[in-house]
Each structure stands twice: as structure tokens, then as C-alpha cells.
Design a protein around this ligand. Structure first.
Ligand SMILES: NC(=O)c1ccc[n+]([C@@H]2O[C@H](COP(=O)([O-])OP(=O)(O)OC[C@H]3O[C@@H](n4cnc5c(N)ncnc54)[C@H](OP(=O)(O)O)[C@@H]3O)[C@@H](O)[C@H]2O)c1
Length: 233
């Protein structure tokens, strides 16, 4: 059994995915920008390495020999941070580096964590277009995230049978259908939906998001697409 490389392993989603992968006895390569800032991440079965998800060389080096990769990186952790330093191309650069670096390291599966804001609302428009549902001040982040999703979608656009499709990375983006909660428990239950905000979705725990992420590595159900993930009550 190969290991799982987690980009953004020091963040909320990354820590949850690392824990879930260890629970299933995968070796984890935890990629962070500064290992000294994450002293608690190292544990049995977890190798902490320095890396940058926007650098294809860094992705290839962390990916070598791995079964699958997880993209749980965010350059923005909360509104208090502001947008002065946000690179609008961050998620596009990450998508390019992941597709390029993982392909050269021969890692075939990538599970990325998406953003609620670009799911489609009842009227078919992305949530981020509706100020009643999504705070306009966070819109620059949502647009950057959407650009990254669109970049992933462009990869292998020739479809099954085309050379870039066959040699490329089989990615899926799991997008929370509502909020994510760090302190909520792991139930092991979740549901996978489509492009729309799921009806009645409530807050999903990061731990259950992580269950879905590792399931999509072990038993892939969605390929080169974005789906929603929500509480499976
Ligand atoms: N409801 C929703 O839809 C929802 C809610 C929350 C999050 N999300 C999404 O879930 C994903 C993960 O979010 P999160 O809440 O886990 O974020 P988080 O807690 O802020 O963690 C993000 C991590 O990304 C890392 N990072 C930043 N730039 C990096 C780079 N260039 N290379 C490598 N790592 C880098 C940071 O690591 P270091 O600073 O330690 O290097 C940080 O630990 C994001 O895509 C986010 O948008 C969605």
C-alpha cells in the first residue's frame, strides 16, 4: 500500500485528513511551508516535509512514490486576515503545480477540498454571486478558488482516450455543501451530491470531510469533476 501526501497538512482540513489516513494505516507525507511551526504534526507514520503547493518541483518531490495526493491548502484562513496579500492566481498556480508535479511523480489520484461559495444555488448561479448567501467581502477569495477549479477542469478536457487525459492526474474536488466545523466529532457519515448546494445540508465536521477524502482515494466514485459533500443524516 502506497502512502498519501497531504499538502496543507498543518491546516484544519489537512490535520483531519492526516488523522483519518493514519487511522487507516497509510503512511502520510505531511507538506507544510515551515516544519518548525508544526511541531505536533510529526507522529508515527507521518513524515513532515517542507514544500509549496504552487511549486511543481516541490510537488513532484513530495509526491514521489505516493499512492495519492490531497490538496487542503488555503492562503486565507479567515476574514480577519484581509485580502491585501491574496494572490488571485493562487489556486490556478496550485492546480498547475499539482497537475504537473504529480504527473511527473506518477501519482494518479488527487483529492482537492473545494469551497461552498462556488456551488450552484437554487437559481443556478454560484452562491458567491448572491450577497444574501455569501459575504461580498470574501468574494475575492471565492473567485480565486473558482479559478483553480476551472483550471483543473481544463486539464484532460479532450476527454477519455485523449493523450493528456490518459497520462494526466485523476482529480476530484470535494466541496462542502455548507459550513465546516473543527470541533464537531467524526461520525463516519457523509453524502456526495452534485454541483448544486444540497438541500438541507448542515455543518459537516472536518473529521467527516476527511473520511470522504480518504474514501475517494480508496474507492474513487467521481473523476475529474467537482462534487458536493455534506452531512449524511
Ligand atoms: N465551507 C467551505 O466550503 C469551507 C470551509 C473551510 C475551508 N474550506 C476549504 O478547505 C480547504 C482547506 O481549508 P482549511 O480550513 O483547512 O484552511 P487552514 O486551516 O487555513 O489551513 C490551510 C493551510 O494551507 C497551508 N498553505 C498556505 N499556503 C501554502 C502553500 N503555498 N503551500 C503549502 N501549504 C500552504 C497553510 O500552511 P502553513 O501556513 O502551515 O504552511 C495552512 O496550514 C481550502 O480550500 C478552503 O477554502 C472550505
Amino acid at each position: 500500500m502506497g502512502g498519501i501526501v497531504v499538502f496543507g497538512a498543518g491546516g484544519r482540513a489537512g490535520r483531519a485528513v492526516t488523522a483519518e489516513a493514519r487511522r487507516r494505516e497509510y503512511a502520510v507525507t505531511a507538506v507544510v511551508r515551515d516544519p518548525a511551526r508544526h511541531p505536533k504534526l510529526g507522529a508515527e507514520g507521518v513524515t513532515v516535509v517542507r514544500g509549496d503547493v504552487t511549486d511543481p518541483g516541490s510537488v513532484a518531490s513530495a509526491g514521489r512514490g505516493q499512492l495519492a495526493a490531497v490538496h487542503a491548502v488555503s492562503p486565507f484562513s479567515g476574514p480577519e486576515q484581509g485580502f491585501d496579500t491574496l494572490d488571485p492566481d493562487f489556486f490556478v498556480k496550485a492546480a498547475d503545480a499539482l497537475l504537473d508535479g504529480l504527473a511527473s511523480a506518477r501519482v494518479r489520484r488527487l483529492v482537492a477540498v473545494g469551497l461552498f461559495a462556488n456551488l450552484l444555488g437554487a437559481d443556478g448561479r454560484p452562491v458567491l454571486e448572491d450577497p444574501a448567501l455569501f459575504p461580498p467581502e470574501i468574494r475575492p477569495f471565492a473567485l480565486a478558488h473558482t479559478a483553480g477549479l476551472n483550471r483543473l477542469r481544463e486539464a484532460g478536457a479532450g476527454g477519455a482516450g485523449s493523450a493528456d487525459y490518459e497520462s494526466g492526474v485523476d482529480w476530484v474536488m470535494l466541496t462542502p455543501g455548507g459550513g465546516l466545523e473543527e470541533d464537531a466529532p467524526r461520525t463516519g457519515r457523509y453524502a456526495i451530491g452534485g454541483e448544486r448546494v444540497p438541500n438541507g445540508a448542515r455543518v459537516l465536521s472536518y473529521a467527516d470531510l476527511a473520511v470522504a477524502v480518504v474514501d475517494e482515494i480508496e474507492r474513487p466514485t467521481a473523476h475529474r469533476t467537482r462534487v458536493s459533500v455534506f452531512d449524511g443524516e
